[in-house]
Design a protein around this ligand. Structure first.
Ligand SMILES: Nc1ncnc2c1ncn2[C@@H]1O[C@H](COP(=O)(O)OP(=O)(O)OP(=O)(O)O)[C@@H](O)[C@H]1O
Ligand SMILES: [Mg+2]
Length: 247
C-alpha cells in the first residue's frame, strides 16, 4: 500500500536507548490514521521523527516518504515547506497575540500543488468558537480553544498531511469528541491526518485505521472496527465498555 506519508524501518535512539524500533506506517490519502499506546510508548518520538526533529540527542535511521518522495535527509523546516505539518504535544500558539493575529502570521504555501489550502474564514467555519474569540489573546483561551487555534494555524500553512500529537490532552470527554469530530470533517474534505490520541475510545470513533505502539514497536494495526475488538485494545483501553466503542 502506498500513502501520502510513509515510514519504513524508522528507528530512534536517545543516547543509545532505543525509543522507536523499525516502525513502518502508512497514511493513505483521504484517511484518518490513529496512533495509540501507553505513556512512554514512543508516540511523540514517532511523529517528531516523521517531522524531522527531536527533543534530545537522537540517532534516527530508516526512511520517510512524503507524496512518494524520499524526505529522509530533509531538515524540519524543509519538511514543513513540503506540507508535512505537525501540531506538537502542548500548545503551539502565541499567547500574547490575539486569535486573529495568531492566524494572520501564518504564510500560505507559495506552491499549492498537492496542498490542502484553507482560508481564515474556513478555519472559523470549522471552529466557530474561535470566531467568537477572535479578538482575545491566546493566554485567555481555554485548553480546547488553544488546540483549535493550533490546528487552525496548521491548516493555513496548506498541509499535504496533518499530524496531531494529542490535540485533546487535558480536555473533558465531551470536548474531546467534539474536537475529534471537527478534525474528521477536515479528513472528509480530503486532508489526510495522523492522530496521536490517548483516549482510544474517542479515537476509534473517528479514525479509519489504528496502529498500536508498545515500547517503541508497532504491535498491532488494522481497520478501526477490527481494532475495537482486538483483545489488547479492549483489555488495556476499553475495558468493559468495549461494546459501546463504535456507537
Ligand atoms: N529527549 C529524550 N531523551 C531521552 N529519552 C527520551 C527523550 N524523549 C523521550 N524519551 C524516552 O523515549 C520513550 C518514548 O517517549 P515518547 O515521548 O515518544 O512517548 P509517548 O508515547 O509520546 O508518551 P506520552 O503518552 O506520555 O506522551 C520514553 O521512554 C521516554 O522516556
Ligand atoms: Mg507523547
Amino acid at each position: 500500500m502506498s500513502g501520502v506519508l510513509e515510514s519504513s524501518g524508522l528507528t530512534v535512539r536517545y543516547a543509545g536507548n532505543v525509543a522507536l524500533s523499525g516502525v513502518d506506517i502508512v497514511v493513505p490519502s483521504g484517511t484518518m490514521i490513529g496512533l495509540v499506546g501507553a505513556n512512554g510508548a514512543g508516540k511523540s518520538t514517532l511523529v517528531n521523527a516523521l517531522a524531522g526533529w527531536s527533543r534530545g540527542r537522537t540517532t534516527i535511521t530508516g526512511a520517510v516518504r512524503l507524496g512518494g518522495h524520499d524526505i529522509t535527509g530533509l531538515a524540519p523546516h524543509q519538511r514543513v515547506a513540503q506540507g508535512l505539518t505537525l501540531v506538537p504535544e502542548g500548545k503551539n500558539i502565541f499567547t500574547e497575540l490575539t486569535v486573529d493575529e495568531n492566524l494572520a502570521l501564518v504564510r500560505p504555501p507559495a506552491d499549492r500543488t498537492g496542498r490542502h489550502t484553507f482560508t481564515v474564514a474556513e478555519v472559523f467555519e470549522f471552529f466557530p468558537r474561535l470566531a467568537e474569540r477572535r479578538s482575545h489573546k491566546g493566554a485567555a483561551l481555554s485548553g480546547g480553544e488553544r488546540q483549535m487555534l493550533a490546528v487552525g494555524r496548521a491548516l493555513l500553512a496548506g498541509p499535504r498531511v496533518l499530524m496531531l500529537d494529542e490535540p485533546s490532552a487535558g480536555l473533558a470527554p465531551r470536548l474531546i469528541a467534539d474536537l475529534l469530530s471537527r478534525i474528521r470533517l477536515l479528513v472528509d474534505r480530503g486532508l489526510p491526518v495522523l492522530l496521536v490520541e490517548q483516549n482510544v475510545k474517542a479515537a476509534l470513533k473517528v479514525v479509519d485505521h489504528l496502529y498500536l505502539l508498545e515500547r517503541g514497536r508497532i504491535v498491532g494495526e488494522g481497520a478501526a472496527d477490527v481494532m475495537a475488538a482486538d483483545h489488547r485494545i479492549v483489555e488495556a483501553y476499553l475495558g468493559t465498555i468495549a461494546e459501546g466503542a463504535r456507537s
